[in-house]
Design a protein. Structure first.
Ligand SMILES: Nc1ncnc2c1ncn2[C@@H]1O[C@H](COP(=O)(O)OP(=O)(O)OP(=O)(O)O)[C@@H](O)[C@H]1O
Length: 560
């Protein structure tokens, strides 16, 4: 049973979107929330489900019920995978630890069957129709047979027959004991519900009771008439008060008052006991899968998504190849040859290799989280841990970056743009470049977790790259920078990668004793840039990686 007690909500700007809403939902009831567009239905549903706790009042579950099922209006399924596979991953993440594979398959088949999607099981989710995708979202939530189920406009976009089928399914679930609350704009849905909550235009509760009682109360013949009655009371017929700062339309307030006076099941007198769980609180119930298993499953799903997304994969693999080709065309061979070195070219080669490692890491990470925020939000509500989620992304992308970095070094060395040294030199060089990419990947993930959509992430790209060019100490050596620039340069992960690369490839020696007269003056301007042990640079790069990853986990946890 769910008790809604004096719930109010406000927007960020302080405008009230819900006002003092109180009613209760009995166990196994199917309840519809209706009301005009913008009246606060979604806001109320989010408060009930614990997605966004109310600013005022309280929502209490009188018995522990495990994580609620919540189907928002957004798609909460990845578009790139076939439907059955999507459901299998979802079941693996949500069903209790130790659930055998056959039971997972049975749960998936049952959910597909219940939503008449068996025939679409092999189809990519992105190619399903809007209504089929809606049902797929519901199927994901049905897998765990939640005790409480919240659905935001589940019948929108469905044809009348499919909508009626879905309502039949929901009624069946309710009869079997699931408590279900849904919002709807679809009048036929209301007749199949046990209760209807009607919201007035200003977010108050105008009525709560059976659908028949609602018709009677509003003097309506059909559910559409209820909307008309509510709309008749818009501020347009206010008697000369003009502004929007009053108490709202008189007749509308009247509906609320009449309801408050007569509502049979308002939770007024018998308030629930003090230790009732709040909405969204996770109850004891079955044990969730462990963090390591969760990480492994998420990594498998990320890899699956990546390998099926051919275009993205082509861009991820193709852009390093193009950049490599540009390097080969830009730089002459032999810049590192002691007999005829080109000191200024060596600086540029080192800088651009480090920047390449940085750039690919950053761009690989930047779109990872913001593109699946609705899915992530929903899965977090079902108990997904933020740590395994973020580390799974890293586990899939770091090997890909390692391949890109190794290829970049191997090709430049083969083309004589880098010195012909052995593993003793290139082992540490590769280690530096991989750490540089990993730190940038972690920065990309952090930004991806912090923005609200992919276009913001894309716009952040120049802002993230510019300082890593300007303050790295390659184009302008650190000793020649203004004091604030020098301080800022310490915060650039790329600086430490650039310096470690120079140290490993022996530029100090090359400049000091190579055949170019430009070497010694250049060395003087770079000062001790390349004299630090590589291990110190690695520690800094590792520190940046850990810091950004921890930041990403925190931001993911907070935002979801
Ligand atoms: N993040 C937000 N920031 C500011 N205002 C918001 C936000 N979310 C909702 N609102 C406002 O709160 C009010 C209620 O919104 P809500 O989405 O709950 O309405 P609704 O009844 O579900 O509408 P619809 O039927 O159109 O989906 C609206 O006036 C909306 O503009």
């Amino acid at each position: 049973m769910i008790e809604v007690i004096g719930v109010g909500q406000r927007t960020g700007g302080g405008r009230r979107t819900l006002r003092d809403v109180s009613f209760s939902v009995g166990a196994g009831q199917l309840v519809a929330i209706i009301g005009g567009s913008g009246s606060g239905k979604t806001t109320l549903l989010e408060a009930l489900a614990g997605v966004r706790p109310p600013a005022e009042g309280e929502v209490r579950y009188t018995t522990p019920c495990g994580p609620p099922g919540y189907v928002p209006q957004d798609d909460i399924v990845h578009m790139g995978l076939p439907l059955r596979r999507t459901l299998r991953y979802a079941a693996g993440l949500r069903l209790p630890a130790g659930t055998p594979a056959e039971r997972i398959d049975r749960a998936v088949d049952a959910a597909l069957d219940a939503l008449a999607l068996t025939g679409r099981a092999g189809q990519r989710v992105g190619s399903l129709s809007g209504g089929e995708r809606k049902r797929a979202s519901i199927a994901v939530e049905l897998l765990t047979r939640p005790g409480v189920f919240f659905l935001d406009e589940p019948t929108s976009g469905l044809d009348p027959v499919t909508a009626a089928d879905l309502m039949r399914l929901l009624r069946g679930l309710a009869r079997a004991g699931t408590t279900i609350v849904m919002t709807t704009h679809h009048p036929p849905d209301v007749h199949g519900c046990d209760r209807v909550a009607v919201l007035s235009e200003d977010g108050g509760l105008a009525f709560h009771g059976t659908p028949d009682a609602a018709l009677e109360r509003f003097g309506a013949r059909t559910v559409e008439d209820i909307y008309l009655r509510l709309a008749e009371t818009t501020p347009a017929d206010g008697n000369g008060t003009g502004g929007g700062d009053g108490d709202g339309p008189a007749a509308e307030a009247d509906w609320e008052r009449r309801f408050a006076e007569s509502a049979p099941d308002a939770p007024d007198g018998n308030a629930p006991t003090g230790d009732a769980p709040r909405a969204g609180a996770r109850a004891g119930g079955a044990r969730r899968i462990g963090a390591v298993r969760e990480w492994a499953l998420l990594a498998r799903r990320d890899l699956d998504l990546l390998t099926r997304d051919r275009l993205t994969l082509a861009i991820l693999a193709g852009s390093p190849l193009m950049v490599l080709a540009m390097f080969a065309v830009l730089f002459r061979p032999g810049a590192f040859s002691p007999a005829s070195p080109s000191p200024s070219a060596t600086v540029m080669i080192l800088f651009w290799i480090a920047f390449g490692g940085f750039f690919f890491g950053l761009t690989y990470g930047l779109l990872q989280i913001c593109t699946e925020l609705p899915v992530l939000r929903r899965e977090r509500l079902a108990g997904l841990r933020a740590g395994p989620y973020v580390l799974a992304k890293a586990a899939v992308l770091v090997p890909l970056l390692a391949a890109v970095d190794a290829l970049m070094l191997a090709v430049l060395r083969a083309l004589d743009r880098l010195p012909g040294a052995g593993w003793g030199t290139y082992g540490p060089v590769f280690g530096t470049l991989l750490l540089c990419s990993a730190a940038a990947l972690a920065l990309g993930l952090l930004v991806s977790a912090a923005v609200t959509d992919p276009s913001q992430a894309t716009m952040a790209l120049p802002m993230l790259c510019f300082p890593q060019v300007l303050f790295v100490g390659a184009i302008l050596p650190v000793p020649l920078m203004a004091a604030p620039g020098r301080w800022l340069s310490a915060a650039m992960s790329n600086r430490w990668a650039f310096e470690a690369l120079g140290r490993s490839l022996g530029v100090e020696r090359l400049w000091a004793s190579g055949a170019s007269p430009l070497g010694p003056p250049l060395l003087a301007s770079y000062g001790g840039t390349f004299s630090r042990p590589v291990a110190a640079d690695w520690a800094l790069l590792g520190g940046f990686t850990a810091l950004f990853l921890a930041g990403t986990v925190l931001v993911v946890a907070r935002r979801t």
